[in-house]
Design a protein around this ligand. Structure first.
Ligand code: GUN
Ligand code: ZN
Length: 425
């Protein structure tokens, strides 16, 4: 099954913060898709061939699909919940909503709707938190497999300090996670993330179980939350009085490494920053969530200078939009508060190849490299009347990208390809 798509093709092969030679742009370009992979990328005139089926997306841009490295599947109906800050938001809205995912009928319905929302917004891959219930992870993996999406997910482990309906036990969380790893990790495009929710909702025994899972399954990711909110940090340290700091808790249980995805990382001490860099942990920036919950301002330039690989994510439903364009827009504004003006090439690199690097799967997704998986997004910078008006004065590709990230959302996503298949229209 070979198929050519034509448009203005843009992909990144290096970080714009590192080098000027960071992207390839083909104004009349094409991508040949074959058996779910990218076979070739180049100028349309060079790639067209008699008999090869074509889809013409001109004048739109074709890029690698967006990757969302921190999102909560059972929070799609929690977005826009009026709370004070993190801990109230969790208790008042989030834990009750997640309790409903014990029901496989509800979890299955929501899993399909969740992935369809991601696709509508041009997001082709994610690292997702499920609820505490094994059924929720099964529902999400089943729905992702049906769409052939590259999905990293795990059931949250949480055995205290929430409500009983979303509590497991250290042993049950170990057993359920191990069974899910056996059944789903490495199946097609699916991978498992060992997912202790955060230190507040895990006993030491449970973090020990998470550490055992990590030792026994070194190819799995680990995802959790770190240093998001001042009250959260104080409560965490009171529960683990022997720890030097928040990161040290996860360190003591063997949970740090290059496959560890740490959501938020807003109020880190110098020691925590140095230790994250030393162990290779990823820091995942969740701008719409950080602003919505009043959590703090992620220091991208500072963490990067310290040698930490970062990702940028929606964190739905603390985050307020599935759109990685809107996520980039809010991320840009947060960096402006640090007097750090990010170039649109850098933000688009971040949401594609950068996030793939954060997840350690840049050999499969996030670029247009031949042989990688054909996950693509087609973007229309004139999708709304206001965008079209602004675009009358845009002269460069960088300006167009900046209009897309500042004003765009799912309306700017003309098409989304998942493993070579058009999935939006
Ligand atoms: N910390 C622990 N759980 C969560 C969650 O669901 N969302 C956010 N933003 N932070 C958390
Ligand atoms: Zn989160």
């Amino acid at each position: 099954m070979r198929h050519l798509i034509r448009g203005r093709v843009l992909g990144f092969h290096a970080d714009p913060a590192d080098t000027a030679d960071n992207h390839r742009y083909h104004p009349d370009g094409a991508v040949i898709l074959a058996d779910g992979r990218i076979e070739a990328v180049g100028d349309y005139a060079d790639l067209r061939a008699d008999g090869l089926p074509e889809t013409d997306h001109r004048p739109h841009l074709i890029l690698p699909g967006f990757i969302d490295p921190h999102i909560h599947f059972p929070q799609i109906q929690v977005i826009a919940s009026w709370a004070r800050q993190l801990l109230d938001w969790l208790n008042d809205y989030t834990f009750p909503a997640e309790s409903e995912y014990a029901d496989p009928v509800h979890a299955t319905r929501m899993a399909g709707l969740f992935l369809d929302q991601m696709i509508a917004h041009g997001t082709t891959s994610a690292a997702a938190f499920c609820s505490v219930h094994k059924t929720s992870a099964e529902a999400l993996f089943t729905a992702a497999e049906a769409r052939n999406m590259a999905m990293i997910a795990g059931k949250v482990m949480m055995d205290r300090n929430a409500i009983p309906a979303v509590h497991d036990t250290a042993q049950a969380s170990y057993d359920d996670s191990a069974a899910l790893i056996r059944d789903w990790h490495g199946r097609g495009r699916l991978r498992y993330a060992i997912t202790p929710r955060f230190a507040i909702t895990s006993t030491p025994e449970q973090l020990d179980a998470a550490g055992a899972l990590a030792r026994e399954n070194p190819a799995c990711h680990i995802q959790t939350h770190l240093s998001e909110n001042h009250d959260e940090i104080a409560y965490t340290l009171s529960l683990y009085p022997q720890a030097r700091d928040y990161l040290d808790i996860y360190d003591q249980y063997g949970l740090l490494g290059p496959r560890s995805l740490m959501g938020h990382c807003l109020h880190l001490t110098p020691r925590e920053i140095a230790r994250m860099a030393e162990t290779g942990c990823r820091a995942i920036f969740c701008p719409t969530s950080n602003l919505f919950l009043g959590s703090g301002l992620f220091d991208q330039a500072g963490l990067r200078a310290a040698g930490i690989t970062t990702g940028i994510a929606s964190d739905v439903g603390g985050g307020t939009s599935f759109s990685m364009l809107q996520t980039m827009a809010e991320g840009y504004k947060v960096q402006q508060m640090h007097r750090h003006r990010m170039h649109p090439f850098a933000t688009f690199h971040w949401a594609t190849r950068g996030n793939a690097i954060a997840l350690g799967i840049e050999d499969r997704i996030g670029t247009l490299a031949p042989g990688s998986d054909a996950d693509l997004v087609v973007l229309n910078a004139r999708a709304t009347p206001a965008m079209a008006l602004r675009m009358e004065r845009a002269e460069t590709l960088a300006e167009e990208l900046f209009v897309l990230q500042t004003m765009g959302d799912d309306r700017a996503v003309a098409e989304t390809y998942v493993a070579g298949r058009a999935m939006k229209r």
